[in-house]
Write a protein that binds this ligand. Structure first.
Ligand SMILES: [Zn+2]
Length: 493
């Protein structure tokens, strides 16, 4: 009888282990194989005897999983999230032949539950020489939570990749994905979490960062419309005026992570409420983060002509207000200008540092200045700044050099900073708030745009009309003790 021979993939399937574990065992000589050319081959009998003789590896691996699960379950029990009965139920389940898969699944669940209840904003999985370090970012501060063994860590990463629909075998590439998690526990009024996951290869393997967002909480803020978005009173009036425009183009811009999507969603809800649901609002987004009642949200494929094709398609559906998540090509830009000219309000989200550069960006996409001037009604640019911790806030007098450079015209400048305390994990900051610059395009500003004025000239015209830039707004926040000078300089320029 001829001997059954497996190639590497078949052997991995047969042994039910991960590729990296397989490679490590092969390299260390634990696993017997032979080479045909450059390809590894394995006799079935060798694999079977390996499984029998080094059953200890599997036992050890299982022990390791169980120990890791126990670590998270004990934490959860202490927090009152899990009771002993539930823990026992879990350990009793583990009898099937797919034991390992089940264990990894439980480990991932426990890890998420633990991080959510610790109110972590991010989970970091960092490969070290001796294993995978689990870290949480809590209140802005990264903490080591648990070192998993290399094998357990590898299996966990494979599990997470599966959950995010990523290819587990790809290990040398930057990847990103998304995991939606519904827990059977209500954690701080929420049981749905949106986890964005990024993977990057580093020296000892793959590093994962997972950003956690509580869906209900984010949704609550959006549902309130604009009121909860922390606009100052003056800004709120202007922003409302912008979104009250019956037609034309409105730009919402900012650097990435500046909270502009939240502003856009808040605006759509504001319009929905204001029109008592009588407006037909359609939203084109690449990733639909929160479902919004009364608004048709359409998923856009990020590459290709997704926005353009959909914009062509939705006009037939008689929209009053259209939100466009991004504009990156001239075809889409032209389509937007046509829609704005025909009596619709179109809100466009762009990633650029300020209002002027977003106008410039649309010009570079081929919109003629006169056309832009005729459709542009309003623009908002924003940033998020960290707020000084109220518990450890202290006043200090900056150097004369700093005063001259940033606060010229002010006498007796006092600034604030956080000394660092347990409340803010010694960071001196707690919470964040938005800063906004707003522009409403009246006849004079439209003329300046139509004349094709450059950014500096445009800025000047704006300033003459009382426009205040993000930098100026940020400096206001510094003087009123909301944030530090460093933070203001970091987010505005
Ligand atoms: Zn503090």
């Amino acid at each position: 009888m001829s001997e059954e021979i497996f190639d590497a993939d078949q052997a991995i399937g047969f042994l039910k282990i991960s590729r990296p574990t397989f490679a490590r065992w092969l390299k260390s000589g634990k696993l017997q194989g032979f080479k045909v050319g450059k390809q590894w081959r394995f006799y079935r009998r060798d694999l079977v005897s390996f499984m029998e003789s080094s059953g200890t590896d599997f036992v050890l691996l299982k022990k390791d999983f169980k120990e890791s699960i126990k670590f998270f379950e004990e934490k959860l029990e202490k927090k009152g999230i899990l009771d002993r009965e539930e823990r026992d139920a879990v350990s009793n389940v583990i009898t099937s032949s797919d034991e390992k898969e089940l264990l990894v699944k439980i480990l991932a669940e426990r890890l998420f539950l633990d991080s959510f209840t610790d109110k972590a904003s991010d989970i970091h999985l960092e490969p070290l020489k001796d294993g995978l370090m689990v870290k949480y970012r809590i209140k802005g501060y990264v903490e080591d939570i648990k070192l998993l063994s290399p094998e357990t860590g590898e299996e966990l990463i494979i599990r997470l990749k599966h959950m995010a629909d990523l290819e587990p075998d790809i290990t040398e590439k930057v990847q990103s994905g998304k995991i939606m998690i519904e827990t059977d526990k209500i954690i701080k009024g929420d049981n749905r979490f949106d986890v964005k996951l990024g993977i990057i290869p580093v020296i000892y393997g793959e590093r994962l960062t997972m950003r956690i967002k509580s869906m209900e909480k984010a949704k609550a803020a959006v549902d309130q419309g604009l009121e909860l978005l922390q606009f100052g009173k003056e800004d709120l009036e202007k922003v409302k005026e912008i979104f009250n425009k019956p037609f034309g183009l409105v730009i919402v811009t900012g650097t990435s992570g500046s909270g502009k999507t939240t502003t856009c969603h808040g605006a759509l809800n504001y319009i929905l409420k204001k029109t008592a649901g009588h407006a037909n609002i359609m939203s084109l987004e690449e990733s639909i983060e929160y479902p919004m009642k009364g608004i048709s949200q359409i998923q856009v494929q990020p590459d290709g002509e997704g926005y353009y094709e959909l914009l062509k398609g939705i006009m037939w559906h008689d929209p009053d207000v259209i939100f466009v998540g991004d504009v990156s090509d001239s075809k889409t830009a032209r389509m937007i200008s046509e829609i704005a000219l025909t009596g619709h309000l179109i809100i466009v989200q762009l990633t650029s540092p300020d209002i002027f550069q977003s106008v410039d960006y649309l010009k570079n996409l081929g919109l003629e200045p006169y056309l832009l001037a005729s459709i542009l009604e309003g623009a908002i640019s924003q940033r998020l700044v960290r707020k000084i911790c109220e518990k450890c806030k202290e006043k200090f007098t900056p150097s004369t050099h700093v005063i001259e450079k940033y606060f010229s015209g002010h006498e007796h400048v006092s600034l604030y900073r956080g000394k660092g305390c347990s409340e803010c994990h010694n960071s001196g900051y707690k919470g964040r708030t938005g800063i906004y610059e707003t522009g409403i395009f009246d006849t004079e500003l439209k003329e300046a745009i139509a004349d094709g004025e450059d950014i500096n000239k445009l800025k000047k015209v704006f300033q003459e009309k009382g426009f205040r830039s993000l930098r100026e707004k940020a400096i206001d926040y510094v003087l009123s003790g909301v944030t530090t000078l460093e933070e203001a300089l970091r987010v505005s320029y």
